[in-house]
Ligand binder design. Structure first.
Ligand code: SAM
Length: 223
């Protein structure tokens, strides 16, 4: 079976399980070649709905988690997005397909921060190989500080688990009306995925599901 066929099967399985419902997210998941973002030894498992090791003790999230986070964020063409936790670069590419589809003239952009230099560099290479280098900017640094240079953001997603106290720079760097999608809780155990909407000076927080992510490590994260 070709990678395209495997990818289509994965997407069909996510839609039949009602995890994927938004046609724009379906399109993005069909467009982005996940097998180009995983290490050589994991290529044959790239279209299994499972997290995979990407080295340095880190993982690329399971596709159903990518799909869920993209749907909760309701990404639109032209939006400016910040991702904390670049990892492989795959989720950043998915966001890029939603805010600036390759086929469009859209000015959307994705900034993504990774604390581990080797992963940031690998992600940059994969994003270049797949043609997303002009839509995604990879930054090596501590994402708990956000990325004030390009703030404010329409949407922020965090793909590592924060302590229950959400890093305040991320809330600050969100536009009024913007959405933050973040897993939070304890370092290695129970965590929840939260959708936080900024309404003026107020934040509306909704818990959407239980999850398990690697820890967010940094000044406003875990030690
Ligand atoms: N979104 C990624 C993908 O598509 O492959 C998966 C991310 S992985 C589950 C979480 C990533 O967050 C790891 O690569 C980890 O090094 C990174 N991370 C943890 N704390 C961080 C921080 N303070 N700033 C930036 N990245 C961080």
């Amino acid at each position: 079976m070709t990678f395209e066929e495997k990818r289509r099967r994965l997407v069909e399985s996510l839609t039949s399980r009602k995890i994927l419902t938004d046609p724009k997210v379906v399109r993005a998941m069909l467009m982005v070649p996940r097998h180009k973002f995983v290490p050589e030894e994991a290529v044959s498992s790239a279209y299994i709905d499972s997290p995979l090791s990407i080295g340095q003790g880190q993982t690329i999230s399971a596709p159903h988690m990518n799909a869920m986070m993209c749907e909760y964020l309701e990404l639109k063409e032209g939006e400016k997005v910040l991702e904390v936790g670049t990892g492989s670069g795959y989720h950043a590419a998915l966001c890029a397909e939603l805010v600036a589809p390759k086929s469009s003239e859209s000015k959307g952009h994705v900034y993504t921060i990774e604390r581990l230099k080797q992963l940031a560099e690998g992600a940059k290479r994969s994003l270049k190989d797949t043609g997303y280098e002009n839509i995604v900017t990879v930054i090596h640094g501590d994402g708990t500080l956000g990325y004030p240079e390009a703030a404010p953001y329409d949407k922020i997603l965090v793909t590592a688990a924060s302590p229950s106290k959400i890093p305040h720079p991320l809330k600050k760097q969100l536009k009024n009306g913007g959405v933050l999608c973040i897993p939070a809780g304890s370092k290695n155990f129970a965590q929840n995925l939260y959708i936080i909407k900024k309404r003026g000076e107020k934040f509306e927080t909704k818990r959407v599901s239980g999850v398990r992510f690697v820890p967010l490590i940094g000044k406003f994260g875990f030690d």
